[in-house]
Design a protein around this ligand. Structure first.
Ligand SMILES: *Cc1c(COP(=O)(O)O)cnc(C)c1O
Length: 460
């Protein structure tokens, strides 16, 4: 039996009409999109689960803040409001807004690392990896092995493998490890949380070898909620206190504010106390993003972000949000549909390999399920598997991913229980005709980040 749905802790004041096209229209639209869900028009999608990034619904307070935004080029009052909020929540002395998370990575990593060096992370998000590599350094993932077993339930599948981290540092030489990055929650592993104990242990290893620790903080509030629910000693702590403690173990953070801070655009980075480092970053901020008091954002964006930083910590909201994932997961449990379990914070990662055992990795089971979901119910998702992983840069051969997921990323404060039921029902319908579903082949692809643009066709 599915668990009880946690009711929305808000009511609806403004609506956006969505429409489901007919099945014939959907079959035609997805063919026109060359079987790539990124090529669909938003208006042709009924329920959009492509990403939880920047797709959030802002509150009445945030929209009121938009009107109050101070558009002064220098010294905007909205900037100071944002500074106060971020300093209060993270405890960091130096805070800098930027236009989105990858801008924070571009600025910081360009200062902190370079050729011949390494960045080690519990898992680099794709833009994070790209900016490590653009700086000339190499990105190495070091997640706990249980993350690669979707059926095995563990409370903190996003954790760093601390033992392996230390042996990697010894192997590369501490002087060659420029940075350790803790991604919370661990996006690429399915939004899986990291425990406080693991952050602490990772920080201790970094300290031992004189290496800086950066938090990739896109989903810091969801991660704190999991710590409160699952880790001993945190049940009575506030979300803010948990976040504050987590940040205290690191030296810097980069943040995509398009996730847990519930805005549509924005980012931040922070430096706990190293003034010299912050000064170096400031220079790059001005050349890439704009003057330091706006960092690539409008005053209205800064204002909405300052408000969202606090709204994202609200426990009633977090309970409802994680409750949505758990409700969808429990409906899948009832139907015997496998997913990365237990569910993470921002989406449900359905195990397409388990649903389509007859489709090999190089015919992209995760993509096949994404296409079926659009045809079945107008639902847009994406592949997190071999299709997204791409080709070996040296041999040009298709790589095989550890998992073949189709990601249902849930936008914040956007969809209701009835929408979630449509998602579950669509999966159940597809499972019934699973053996008829065919794989895909690529007919055209660009050299990098191909999944955004590639053209595909069904295998005959
Ligand atoms: C989204 C994301 C980023 C990149 O942020 P953008 O705002 O998309 O540029 C970096 N790291 C993680 C973990 C993310 O989820």
């Amino acid at each position: 039996m599915a668990i009880k749905y946690v009711a929305e802790p808000f009511r609806i004041k403004m609506v956006e009409t969505i429409k489901m096209l007919t099945r014939e229209e959907r079959v035609q639209k997805i063919a026109e999109a060359k079987y790539n869900t990124f090529n669909l028009r938003g208006e042709d999608v009924y329920i959009d689960l492509l990403t939880d990034s920047g797709t959030n619904a802002m509150s009445q307070e945030q929209w009121a803040g938009v009107m109050r935004g101070d558009e002064a080029y220098a010294g905007s009052s909205s900037y100071y409001k944002l500074l106060d909020a971020a300093q209060d929540i993270t405890g960091y002395k130096y805070i800098q807004p930027v236009h989105q998370g990858r801008a924070a990575e571009k600025v910081l990593f360009g200062v902190m690392m370079g050729k011949g060096q390494y960045s080690i992370s519990n898992m680099h998000f794709d833009t994070t990896r790209a900016h490590v590599e653009l700086s000339g350094a190499r990105a190495v993932d070091c997640v706990v092995p249980v993350a690669n077993d979707p059926a095995k339930r563990a409370p903190f599948k996003g954790n760093m493998d601390v033992e392996r981290l230390e042996s990697l540092i010894k192997e590369y030489g501490p002087e060659n490890v420029a940075l350790v990055i803790m991604t919370v929650t661990n996006n690429s592993a399915g939004g899986q949380p990291v425990s406080m104990a693991n952050v602490k242990e990772t920080a201790a290893v970094c300290k031992k070898y004189g290496i800086k620790l950066n938090i990739d903080a896109a989903r810091y509030a969801e991660n704190a909620y999991f710590i409160k629910q699952r880790e001993e000693g945190y049940a009575d702590k506030s979300i803010k206190a948990i976040i504050n403690e987590m940040f205290s173990y690191a030296d810097t953070f980069t943040m995509s504010a398009k996730k847990d801070t519930i805005v549509n655009m924005g980012g931040l980075y922070g430096v706990k106390e190293d003034e010299e480092l912050f000064t170096a970053c400031k220079g790059r901020t001005i050349s890439f993003e704009g003057f330091t008091t706006y960092g690539g954002l409008s005053g209205r964006d800064l204002e909405a972000l300052a408000i969202g930083l606090y709204e994202g910590l609200d426990e009633d909201y977090l309970k409802y949000r994680i409750g949505q994932m758990e409700y969808l997961a429990s409906r899948l449990d009832d139907a015997g549909i496998a997913y990365q379990s237990p569910v993470g914070g921002h989406g449900v990662f359905v195990d397409a390999k388990a649903m389509f055992p007859h489709i090999p990795y190089n015919e992209f089971p995760g993509q096949a399920l994404a296409i079926e979901l659009y045809i079945e119910a107008g639902i847009r998702t994406c592949d997190i598997g071999s299709y997204m992983l791409g080709n070996d840069p040296d041999t040009g051969k298709q790589l095989e991913a550890n998992f073949e997921f189709t990601r249902f990323a849930i936008a914040r404060r956007v969809y209701t229980q009835a929408h979630i039921d449509i998602m579950a029902d669509a999966l159940i319908a597809i499972k019934k005709r699973a053996e008829q579903v065919k794989g895909f082949r690529i007919t055209w692809e660009p050299p990098v980040l191909r999944h955004f643009q590639a053209h595909l066709e069904p295998v005959k």
